[in-house]
Design a protein around this ligand. Sequence first.
Ligand SMILES: [Fe+2]
Ligand SMILES: [Fe+2]
Length: 342
Amino acid sequence: MSGRESSSLSALTGVGVADLRVECGSKPSTSDYGIVGTGAVRNGTKRGYTPLQLLPVPIPLTMRLAHLTDPHLTPLPDRWPGGRPSKRWLSWLSWQRRRRHLHRREQLEALVDAVRAAGPDAWAVTGDLCQTGTPDEIDEATAWLQRLAPDERVLATPGNHDVFGPGSRQRIDAQWAAWLHRPEDRVAVRRFGPVHLIAVDSAVVTPVGSARGEVGAAGRARLAAALREARGRFRVVLIHHPPVPGLCKRRKALADDAAVASLLHDEGAGLVLHGHLHHDHRYDLPTADGATLPVFCTPSASAPDAAARLFDIEPADGTFRVRMRLIGPDGVSGEKTWVSAG
Ligand SMILES: [Fe+2]
Ligand SMILES: [Fe+2]
């Protein structure tokens, strides 16, 4: 069968994902199905989720992954709602003075339209959907994630502007469960055929003046286990903070970046995708088996130079052929291709 054809996921799964259609390269056989791993799916009740439900996801042989990050999509009220000056007040001030002129909803919407037109099989969102992590902002970000793509096509991990202050973590864990790790894990895995997306939660509440993150010992152990279990597949690590020392100031860095970089060096992976820095950057991390692990930062999805990354990942004789492009509202650029052991 030639061309891309549609098939009904709801008919395939029987779990009531109504009116959901996905694009396939050809009618998939069972072996073409990816299985959604840890995570949860909406169960039809308001903010109700069923953890660990498995959904078969038909994907074409070449998987197309989109990476978006740091949309900072939630505008803040024009007037400070009250209360003593705090970390949240300082961030509100920063939004009013500078950031609201940088992060524009129309830029974000134009970018999402361009990415959607490219037909990604999965979306990776690496945090900072909010500015100060208030209930209203988290609610708005929840609605945006729901509109982005079907739940099982989206894997997210929060940033420091999401897990910003008291109460942010609990609300995010409750409302973003369909797109996140389970709260006790800090690491989520979703499989799309031979491509494994491994999201690592680096967001922690920090004091005034700090935008740091931390994976922690338990998170690192889960990440190492997930990378080991997926050896031989194409492993994509998603994280908000750069997982390599020296890519940003210490007050913005991952507290355990050296330990995470060492883990990535030892276990290897096909790609690392992160946000937090709001610019286009690539860093090549050497791995223990003599390969090179590309670590990409993608620009903010709502800034004047808003962009996302598209990766086409295709199995090829025991390795993977990877094509990477930067996509903005006005088109694609910066195409690179390489072969990876995954
Ligand atoms: Fe950010
Ligand atoms: Fe950030």
